[in-house]
Design a protein around this ligand. Structure first.
Ligand code: PEP
Ligand code: MN
Length: 366
């Protein structure tokens, strides 16, 4: 019988756990890792990369087809269903023939609609679960598009994997989480489980726990953690892999919280929420009044032929506000975002007053 991914995620207690090495290196490596993982009593899927799409050539790109039966054997010997990454139609056919239980699509593949379409067509009429990693760039539509392409060929047992997004240089993470994007995916696809891949977000094993805990706090269904018997010697991604024992420590430390509001807090939370809603009403009331002032400024600028943007004035306003972030106990980035949003809306209002033919007040886009 085929493995049902969504059903398994629904019926296992959190987190649904995917573990195994970044890359398959030998049959012994896979079998021994799987046997260690089975002792955790909590691993639901065994992962290993057979084909590794690396960003630069001359790095290890996976052993390819020869390693597939090793993964299948490790799965059989440990009793854990298997999963591997497919990046083109040939990979799909080869993995299906070998008897892999679940496929996943990597971040460098989700980014390309032609490749996703090719993979989808290779899966036409096949009953197999597929996990779709987010694209390397923070583009929700590309991620959604991959789901739609697979659904169009009849693949419905789908899950999402959040592995963070590429940036040029980040002081902490290998790939920035941009949590708002998987949250937005959840909003659009409430029935699609989301698994977090802290390994590729963090890039360093010391940071795995905090990312995994955050994913649990955001109610993600599961985790995919790269696990190697000798992480420092791994042929790919050595610094982010943990031993099976290291994985056990992380999982045992996780605090799992429930989404249900228990009776003893319901009343208190409702009371606070009412107050919050009231404050939000007042914030928007103030914003409305503030934009009426922007309209007045726009009128004056129009009558006197003055530019909308007054760079020096704006620089003063923004730097004064940013200086106060600490007093407000608000994150500087947040203060910046709020001020930028207010400024953009103010420019839109002034544009409407100054060039009534060109802009429409109802233009909600920018
Ligand atoms: C992987 O899972 O080993 C991998 C290559 O991941 P990503 O597609 O997230 O980079
Ligand atoms: Mn990896």
């Amino acid at each position: 019988m085929n493995f049902g991914l969504k059903d398994c995620i629904k019926t296992t207690s959190k987190p649904f756990l995917i573990a195994g090495p970044c890359s398959a290196e030998s049959e012994d490596q896979l079998v021994s890792t799987a046997k260690e993982l089975v002792k955790l009593n909590q691993v639901n899927l065994l992962r290993a990369g057979i084909w590794k799409p690396r960003t630069r050539p001359n790095s290890f790109e996976g052993l390819g087809e020869i390693a597939l039966p090793w993964l299948v054997t490790a799965g059989k010997e440990s009793g854990i269903p298997t999963t591997t990454e497919v990046a083109n139609a040939k990979h799909v056919e080869t993995a299906l023939r070998a008897g892999i239980d679940v496929l996943w699509i990597g971040a460098r593949t989700t980014v390309n609609p032609f490749t996703i379409q090719e993979i989808a067509e290779a899966l036409m009429g096949v009953n197999i679960p597929v996990m779709i990693k987010n694209p390397v760039n923070p583009d929700l539509s590309l991620w959604l598009g991959a789901f739609e392409r697979l659904e169009n060929v009849g693949i419905t047992d789908l899950a999402a994997i959040h592995r963070g997004f590429s940036v040029y240089d980040h002081p902490k993470y290998r790939n920035v989480p941009n949590w708002e994007i998987p949250i937005a995916l959840k909003e659009q696809r409430p029935n699609t489980p989301i698994i977090c891949d802290p390994s590729h977000i963090a890039g360093k094993r010391d940071l795995l726990f905090e990312v995994a805990q955050k994913a649990m706090d955001l109610n993600f269904e599961g985790l995919m953690v790269e696990t190697h018997r000798d992480p420092n010697e791994a042929w790919s991604d050595p610094s982010q892999q943990v031993t099976p024992a290291g994985l056990r420590t992380i999982v045992e430390k996780l605090i799992l919280r429930t989404q249900e509001l228990s009776n003893n807090v319901v009343e208190e939370i409702e009371e606070i929420r009412t107050e919050v809603a009231d404050l939000d009403d007042r914030i928007f009331d103030l914003l409305m009044k503030r934009m009426k002032l922007s309209d007045l400024v726009g009128q004056l600028k129009r009558e006197n032929n003055i530019t909308i943007l007054q760079q020096e004035h704006w620089n003063k306003i923004i730097s004064k506000r940013l200086e106060k972030s600490e007093d407000y106990n608000l994150n500087k980035k947040f203060v910046r975002q709020v001020m930028d949003a207010i400024h953009q809306e103010s420019i839109r209002h002034q544009t409407a007053v100054m060039n009534p033919d060109q802009s429409s007040k109802n233009d909600s886009k920018s």
